[in-house]
Write a protein that binds this ligand. Structure first.
Ligand code: GLV
Ligand code: MN
Ligand code: MN
Length: 353
């Protein structure tokens, strides 16, 4: 925290995450953390004196990889009682509890009362996140800066089917209750329901599909699938979720398997950026002679949750071919430096408001 001349005023915050999905790139989140630190350094070097204090936040577990829930840190900061309760029994893939992980990182307090971290509305007058675009638009159009006006509504669902399993040679096809095929059929149903929405903005992905016992000569007796679906239109996204639920039920009946779990892990509404922060980001881009455009974020970010407790804005920079969530992810030093400059100037403006 860099204390402002009027520390009693709500501070201006910036930051992002440094955790990553498996086989990720190196820029998703990291640019917004190192960029935030550098933006503050730039302002310090320039002799700038903030009126409102400036804070850098490094969010934990933005990706759902470890504990199965996205944006864990920012979701909790934004005051999710449901998450605070769920975390009491949450473990990671190695059976390490969330609290043990937090304690070993030096974070959980003695009472493990997670509500103590909830942010009060008004703690921050603004939150701004710098991030790579994770899509191709800025690079294709040769534009330096994306100014995010809204973040799409993400949801994720966990589904499990249970069948009878059995010998891959001895159990004849009419006698099977194949939990693996139920999962495969549901994966195709997800694609169908998303396409049925008729909008290019609806997307759905089955990124996890696990079969038990996972032997080539054994009919899967259990399957586990995780579904990610998003849209910039919350209602349309919710219709897709309902269709997926209906398909899961129908598939289970038709294949004689049990739908042992259909759990909506999160079903988040979209978030809008704050007009005054958009204006500050636009003015900063102009003053720096950088081309910019207003755009939607189709990826989710900690900003989606910070928007629940603070006015929010996001700055995007181009990334190579729009690649993200894969090792080829890349942003050039020039593009990162443009983003940091716009962030620094935006923070300066917001800290003087
Ligand atoms: C963030 O990593 C996302 O999946 O949008
Ligand atoms: Mn990511
Ligand atoms: Mn990210």
């Amino acid at each position: 925290m860099w204390e402002g001349l009027q520390p009693e005023l709500a501070a201006v915050a910036t930051g992002s995450h440094i955790d990553a999905i498996p086989y990720s790139g190196k820029y998703d989140g990291v640019v917004g953390v190192l960029g935030a630190i550098e933006a503050i350094n730039v302002l310090k070097r320039s002799g700038f004196k903030p009126k409102r204090s400036l804070e850098v936040i490094l969010f934990t577990s933005e990706e759902p990889t470890r504990f199965g829930i996205s944006c864990l840190g920012s979701r909790l900061l934004a005051g999710s009682e449901a998450l605070a309760n769920a975390l009491k029994t949450t473990v990671d893939g190695q059976n390490i509890s969330f609290f043990d992980a937090a304690r070993s990182a030096g974070y959980a307090n003695d009472q493990d009362d997670l509500s103590s971290v909830f942010l009060k509305k008004g703690t921050y007058s603004a939150f701004v996140e710098l991030h790579i675009e994770q899509g191709p638009i800025l690079e294709e159009e040769g534009i330096s800066i994306g100014i995010v006006t809204a973040i799409a509504a993400p949801a994720s669902i966990r589904v499990e089917f249970e069948g009878n399993g059995g010998h891959a040679g001895a159990v004849l096809m009419p006698k099977r209750n194949d939990a693996g095929l139920a999962a495969a059929e549901l994966a195709l149903a997800v694609e169908r329901h998303v396409l049925e929405s008729g909008s290019i903005d609806s997307v759905g992905t089955v990124g996890i599909l696990e079969l038990h016992p996972g032997a080539i000569n054994s009919i899967p007796s259990k399957s586990h699938i995780e579904i990610d679906t998003r849209d910039i239109d919350e209602e349309r996204r919710n219709i897709i979720i309902e269709k997926i639920r209906q398909s899961a039920n129908t598939i289970a009946i038709n294949r004689g398997v049990r739908l042992s779990e259909f759990k909506i892990i999160n079903q988040d509404p979209p978030a809008l950026s704050e007009k005054s922060i958009i204006e500050a980001m636009e003015a900063s881009s102009k003053e720096l002679n950088l081309t910019h455009k207003l755009m939607i974020s189709r990826a989710y970010h900690d900003s989606l949750f910070m928007a629940r407790v603070s006015p929010m804005g996001m700055i995007f920079i181009p990334c190579y071919k729009g690649y993200s969530h894969k090792p080829e992810e890349f942003s050039s030093v020039d593009d990162i430096s443009n983003g940091v400059k716009v962030l620094a100037l935006t923070l300066a403006k917001l800290s003087l408001e």
